[in-house]
Design a protein around this ligand. Sequence first.
Ligand code: ADE
Length: 333
Amino acid sequence: MRLDIISIFPEYFAPLDVSLIGKARERGTLDVRVHQLRDWAYDVHRTVDDTPYGGGPGMVMKPEVWGEAIDAVIGASAIPSGARSGGYAQGPGEDEGRGEGEARATPQPSATGSVGPQPVVPGADAQTTVEPGTVEPGTVEPATVASRTPALPRMIVPTPSGRPFSQELAQELAQEPWLLFACGRYEGIDSRVMEEYSGRLRVDEVSIGDYVLAGGEVAVLVMVEAVGRLLPGVLGNAQSVVDDSFAPGSMENLVEGPVYTKPPVWRGHEVPAVLLSGHHGNVARWRRDEALRRTVRNRPELAAALDPAKLDKHDRKLLDELSFRVRRKDVAN
Ligand code: ADE
């Protein structure tokens, strides 16, 4: 899978070098490219925002800069070799105010003929940021990545006003060969950007929860981790994905119950005997009971949405005991 991320804070994505996602990148399962939005700004201050029409507090991200950036990132894909000719330029200053850095008057064509800066590509074979000018112009991506890259990505815009991110959406996104994340800051991105690209790409505005973050970067980290761990070969045990909380299938609308490891007794707390019994059927039943208990306790709204047709007699009895009755007429035998 290829992931492009456009942001004014590329540094936010350093954690993608680590752990499961870092290893997936090393192996070439994930090809992550982080782009500095300001590289597509025109003025000397590399401005990416302006005051909102209609008044109000805060600033809105300018459509022209986003348009240039997205065109360059999705357009560059048409060139199959995808040469790496430089890293992202740091935005002017660490804060979100207007910076004072140097700006290019016009984005420069790169070695590939694409317009705009080439991304850092710490993908299949690079984990470190590539300094501009240090990579030979002829450097080419592994053929596997280039040949797998489809014509256009699915675009995800993190925003608190988007559709909720869920395990189901993570599974859907994990089927995509190419995702482009556009990280807004301030009050968000001028809406015409989403309107413009909706004509060409599948565009989803997505929220990771009912709270407001300072920008989309952390939301993208969350989504990349949730999607990345679902890719084939990323988790050691493929069954983990099936047993996940919320996983479509038998865990739909359920959260997982408690887990234990050795020793069997710790500070007087015992591991439930059934887990030591070696009886797989009983262990599975116990796990499901615990998932139901926890869901009722911590997530009653999910428990209310359990599909009665997917509950067996034992489930219903347990839910009754927990005083969480599923309407009889909805229950299939
Ligand atoms: N940007 C700011 N808050 C967000 C949220 N809750 N989800 C996604 N993107 C965001």
